[in-house]
Design a protein around this ligand. Structure first.
Ligand code: C2O
Length: 359
């Protein structure tokens, strides 16, 4: 656990051009003097069903827009504000915290490029979703997900595109995106900084192969899929190191780079950890990344099992919950969607459209 109530420093790791950074590097949460509670599983009556963003009804989209707007309307120093939520990612990913609780005060915590990637982001979205629901007083509120593993879901969802809706700012819009990509719409799940300039049809097939690559070919066992072992005392694992999990290194990072603006000093927003949380698209991208964990297990192939090492099970993070309490959560409590009371709406006819897309 990071010691988020007393020790947090300015972020900066991984931000090349700090001077011209378009977002702040002061990412510490408003937490001084708070006590940390233990997490308890939700007792909601209903399961929150996350919905494919491209299939959203007007009612779903309006609600989601209103929730994000309510978040944006909070003062920045409120733990539920849009900015505070974005800073969570920055603090955990760009050197805000050290491993002081484990006796390594000089080593930063980094939740990317290792087996902490899936559980950390699952918890991050879990609280984010509940906070949004609370803001609009909807106990069943569920996030959309950017279903880039199905052809119809590959374009960046329409609701994110317009700058204004009925003359008012669109809460899902973000100015720091690659305008050409947003116009072209279909994401490239294998984007490496260069446009492929291939017809849409071909891009779709290419994307399906990429999903197959990340979930099957490159993700055949626990650590290939989750990422390598990373425990107290280890230095943050460098980006691109071999131990990065298959989805994280593959489609996950490609989408970040594809959405981020190459004309900004640090590819803000989506192209850098420190700023990614400022783009609402981050959270719908990550809900699909989280869904990949679920689908990977549902493939039921040999080797597709969650880590069982104590070091993984007992790794923990601290978040503000929907009641503004600070809670400590563990990897071991992140593995069951049933217990967390959310799930993903699947298209029963075509669960794995990429199943036969062996590259
Ligand atoms: Cu924490 Cu998609 O990165």
């Amino acid at each position: 656990t990071p010691d988020i109530t007393s020790i947090c420093k300015d972020a900066g790791a991984g931000v090349n051009d700090k001077e011209n950074a378009v977002r702040t590097l002061k990412c510490c949460p408003p937490s001084v003097g708070k006590t940390i509670k233990d997490f308890v599983f939700p007792t909601d009556n209903k399961v929150r069903m996350r919905w494919p963003a491209h299939t959203g009804t007007k009612e779903q989209v309006d609600k989601y827009r209103a929730a994000i707007q309510a978040m944006r309307d909070l003062p920045d120093d409120h733990p539920h504000s849009f900015v505070s939520q974005a800073k969570i990612h920055c603090a955990y990913c760009n050197g805000g915290y050290t491993q002081v609780d484990s006796g390594f005060p000089d080593i930063d915590i980094q939740i990317h490029n290792s087996w902490l990637f899936f559980p950390f982001h699952r918890w991050y979205l879990y609280f984010y979703e509940r906070i949004l629901g609370k803001l609009i007083k909807d106990p069943d509120f569920a996030l959309p997900f950017w279903k880039w593993d199905e052809p119809a879901g590959m374009p960046i969802p329409e609701m994110f595109v317009p700058e204004k809706i009925d003359g008012k700012p669109n809460s899902l819009y973000d100015v720091y995106r690659d305008a050409n990509h947003i116009k072209a719409r279909i994401v490239d799940l294998d984007y490496d900084g260069k446009d492929k300039d291939i017809p849409d049809k071909q891009q779709v097939l290419c994307n399906l192969s990429t999903v197959y690559r990340d979930l099957v070919r490159n993700g055949g066992d626990t650590l290939s899929f989750f990422g390598g072992v990373y425990v107290a005392g280890d230095d943050p694992v460098a980006n691109g190191a071999q131990s990065v999990g298959s989805v994280e290194a593959g489609s996950h990072t490609a989408v970040h780079r594809w959405v981020g603006d190459p004309n900004q000093p640090n590819n803000e927003d989506m192209g850098n950890f420190y700023s990614a949380g400022y783009d609402p698209a981050f959270y719908i991208h990550h809900s699909n990344v989280d869904r990949m964990w679920k689908l990977w297990k549902e493939l039921s192939l040999p080797g597709h099992v969650d880590p069982t090492e104590t070091d993984w099970l007992n790794a923990s993070y601290v978040f503000y919950d929907e009641n503004e309490d600070l809670v400590r959560v563990y990897n071991k409590d992140s593995v069951s969607l049933d217990k967390l009371k959310y799930n993903y709406i699947e298209n029963s006819k075509e669960v794995f459209p990429w199943r036969n897309s062996r590259p």
